[in-house]
Design a protein around this ligand. Sequence first.
Ligand code: Z5A
Length: 211
Amino acid sequence: MSGKFITLEGGEGAGKTTCLKHIEKRIKEAGIDLCVTREPGGTRTGEKIREILLDRGNFDILDDTELILMFAARSQHLNEVISPALVAGTWVLCDRFTDATYAYQGGGRGISQQRIADLEHWVQKGLKPDLTLLLDLPVDVGLERAGKRSTPDRFESEDISFMQRMRLTYLDIASREPERVKVIDSSQALGNVLSQIDSILDDLLAGATSE
Ligand code: Z5A
């Protein structure tokens, strides 16, 4: 038996935190065992790596160092949390995963997609999410929303062109993998965003309970 692996992605101010709680509630209400986790992080070691990655004081981290740290945290996360849960039949809901690496380190920083794909192959050994919900919205709308929050971290401090490249990379992945990646228009009012998510979850949960 194998659980479903669901990931949530999006740019600045997309509303991931808000939507994640809704998705968690829906899945648990369906009586399904669920593990909610995040990247970078999700393990003791991964959370320490996250602190390094997000700390604005670490302004001198090289792009390749950043990339390798993302996959170091991911390797720990997969082995310690994600894979064991899936094998046990537990569903996993993960706040960001490897699509974020293609979007931020690939699109944003300009690291080649091939270099990321090589690390993905090594660390994930073919494992990919069953479903990815991409919360998409124009960069300026997202920044306006996120601006109402506290001090920005190292990624939130990037300029608008970085954010635009990141968004385009996410949309490019979605256009290449439409079965896995579902694009949600998160520029709409929260109720509409949650309705879009619900219609996708309805199908997924109907399939799961009839299995
Ligand atoms: N990163 C990376 O570079 N490479 C990788 O491989 C991975 C990650 C895995 C940490 O991620 C950073 O790691 C991330 C990329 C990098 N940096 N950035 N940026 P994170 O996921 O922990 O951080 P985050 O992107 O800041 O996520 P977040 O906290 O979930 O923020 P959010 O998506 O902006 O969501 P929010 O807090 O729910 O919403 C923002 C505000 O908008 C808030 O006030 C809401 O009330 C409001 N909101 C939400 N929805 C709506 C709607 N529909 N209408 C109006 N207002 C709304």
